[in-house]
Design a protein around this ligand. Structure first.
Ligand SMILES: *Cc1c(COP(=O)(O)O)cnc(C)c1O
Length: 434
């Protein structure tokens, strides 16, 4: 059913009821009505097809509707969509836990399942805090996070995000205060962090970082050396180290885990976004045996005090197992490498457009940083990208591509072509200086 202008009736009707995420609903245009997906394409209700440059918030790493994942979900749905995990085991969750442990060469062999990235980070924080509490060090209740970082939208994770990113300005004073540090990118920053730890390590449970790329904070990259310095400092000052690989993990940067590139293991690690290939909500928090051991006791109150209703959901775990299969059956990591070779070179001509500040990338991530002045500009850009047949959704001061790893040359050319076509118009329209 379509109403006026080709828009389906459900779109306008439902817009009066669905509270859209991160959207000023008074001024935003209506969302595009998506009706079907396939590979790297999104079909709209009016018949247009967009080439997807976002992979649905960075999650659909194999493209949409991959038959291997769809089949796994259908088979599991027929057999047993879900049973509670407490007291009952299900095969997809138990197999997945071992496979995730294998990704870390069993350095992090204990896996806790939840349904979203934010909750996986919350669980990581609770594990870290209770790790110390169980050992009589309950005063270690603070966390250290880093400028440019983003770790989620729930209260504790908000307290780890860089306040300058502006996601959570309304909640300052509500979320608990933590320590915000500069990433140890050089000797001076390392010394600063070392001093913070010397003064406050005794009341710190853990440091939390996104390895190699800070995503929602603006797609900011750093070297593997940063992770090695963090590991060293964590060991020296005896605090736990948490790697939030919700964006960086599972191939996005060319290795199954970003921390593989630094040959460093954290004590706790989180995964989500790409975990089910972008099909179903699922997240995992992995912990080392050292961390797990602190919960082993004859006292019930020493066990991990967490258990979401849908933890270990069989349907989502079946999708995740199928997604992991695809990293073995299809040349995913080679595809990411090939993307890395093409992405930034194909975006490099943007450097000559007045108002473009930087072009950068790594793995299956390409980023153009703009001198962007207003939200109006973002909204205008988003609309123009759709007009150009692409689904590209700039935020903050960046336009970026995080496509499916196996996107073909033609669709990639549509995406980069849209950017090279739209940015000069933006530059003219909004009077950007060279
Ligand atoms: C997206 C993201 C989160 C939050 O995940 P949700 O599923 O949106 O709750 C946490 N950390 C990082 C690094 C992320 O990119």
């Amino acid at each position: 059913m379509t109403g006026g202008g080709g828009a389906p009736d459900w779109l306008g009707d439902g817009y009066g009821h669905v509270w859209m995420p991160y959207t000023q609903m008074q001024t935003s245009p209506l969302p595009q009505a998506a009706v079907a997906t396939s590979g790297t394409r999104i079909r709209l209700a009016d018949g247009r097809e967009l080439v997807d440059g976002v992979a649905s918030w960075w999650a659909a790493c194999h493209g949409y509707n991959h038959p291997h994942i769809v089949d796994a979900i259908k088979t599991q749905a027929d057999r047993m969509p879900h049973v509670m995990l407490a007291g009952l085991a299900n095969e997809p969750a138990f197999i997945l836990a071992k496979r995730l442990s294998m990704l870390t060469d069993h350095a992090l062999p204990r896996v806790f399942f939840s349904e979203s990235g934010s909750v996986a980070v919350e669980v990581a924080l609770k594990i870290a805090a209770q790790y110390w509490h169980n050992q009589g060090q309950g005063q270690r209740s603070k966390f250290i996070s880093f400028r440019g970082g983003y770790h989620g939208d729930t209260f504790a994770t908000m307290s780890l995000c860089d306040p300058a990113d502006g996601f959570h300005a309304a909640f300052q004073g509500v979320a608990p205060a933590q320590f915000l540090a500069d990433l140890p990118v050089d000797g001076a920053a390392e010394e600063g962090l070392s001093q913070l730890l010397a003064q406050n390590g005794h009341r710190t449970a853990a440091m939390v970082v996104e390895p190699l790329v800070q995503g929602a904070g603006g797609m900011l990259f750093h070297d593997p050396g940063v992770l090695q310095r963090l590991r060293r400092l964590a060991d020296t000052h005896d605090v736990l180290l948490i790697f939030d690989e919700i964006f960086s993990g599972l191939g996005r940067l060319g290795t199954m885990l970003a921390c593989d590139q630094a040959a460093v293991r954290p004590d706790i690690l989180t995964l989500s976004k790409t975990l089910t290939g972008g099909t179903l909500p699922l997240a995992a928090t992995l912990a080392s045996e050292k961390v797990f051991d602190a919960f082993q006791s004859d006292k019930l109150e020493h066990c991990l005090m967490h258990g979401p209703t849908f933890t270990g959901n069989a349907l989502a775990c079946a999708a995740a197992n199928a997604s992991l299969d695809l990293f073995m059956h299809e040349p995913r990591l080679h595809q990411v490498q090939a993307l890395e070779d093409r992405l930034v070179p194909s975006l490099a001509p943007c450097r000559d457009i007045p108002g473009v500040q930087d072009v950068r990338g790594k793995g299956a991530i390409g980023v153009i940083q703009l001198d962007i002045g207003s939200f109006e500009e973002l909204t205008w850009l988003r609309g123009r990208f759709v007009d150009a047949g692409s689904w590209i959704r700039p935020f903050g001061n960046i336009v970026y591509l995080t496509p499916a790893y196996g996107i073909d040359d033609g669709d990639l050319a549509t995406l980069t072509g849209a950017i090279l076509h739209v940015l000069p118009e933006w530059s003219d329209k909004f009077g950007k200086a060279a």
